[in-house]
Design a protein around this ligand. Sequence first.
Ligand code: AMP
Length: 265
Amino acid sequence: MNIIQNLDEWQAIRESIPNSDSIGFVPTMGCLHQGHASLIKQSTADNALTIVSLFVNPTQFNNNSDFQNYPITFDSDCELANRYGADYLLVPDKQAMYPDGNKIGFSINHEFAKILEGEYRNNHFNGVLTVVMKLLNLVRPQQLYLGEKDYQQYVLLDHMVKNYFIPTRVIMCPTIRDASGLALSSRNQRLSEKEQHLARQFAQLLHQCSASSLEQTKQAMIDLGIQPEYLEVHNDRLFAAAYIKDVRLIDNILLTENENVNLDA
Ligand code: AMP
């Protein structure tokens, strides 16, 4: 696996890749775990080349301390990406990604970007769409792999790709969970043992929750010492965000076998 930090070097490499080689792309913010590994595995199974990016994108953080405390585990990230078959690991810095300081970023007006994460994290999706658009232009993949764990992000990125006529197929990969049902997340690393126990209880409550028991579930979380931010059902999918101390966790679960949200329909 080649680790590339310089974007000029990457663009020269990208030019030399024959059009016949299909490229799969897995954008990440690092601190890689088995959730990321599942995306990389799917990409290596589907494509001749797999590119993974590792960039903690400052423009998608609404809270500076969340950004400052985002876990960085560079050596083990390289090891994991390599182990699961990535061909290139792109690790650009902020100056390279935002040479103009983000003066030409997205400003999304879609209603689906204003609820859930969009409601509680000001500018979050503007930052996500901006950085992924930049990365897609750098990588020009045939396939983009995203996790169901961030379902709202997947729906909005899929919408962006279609509405900007980007020739990339967006593939959603299922959420990887631990044995208790807790979705793997880089932020779980910041939880103490006692808080991890709470996080597992949070996941169990979500798995028992239905559209008619939202208020009871919220109260059960509060009683345990978890601070729910939202617990809502949209299109038969349960969405949750909660704080365990200062660590914010999100998850979502499809309550029925209904279709996924399609903003283009
Ligand atoms: P992140 O590094 O958190 O920005 O995530 C990078 C990609 O990995 C996103 O597409 C996430 O949805 C996906 N991802 C993160 N956690 C999981 C998980 N537990 N299962 C599946 N995909 C995940």
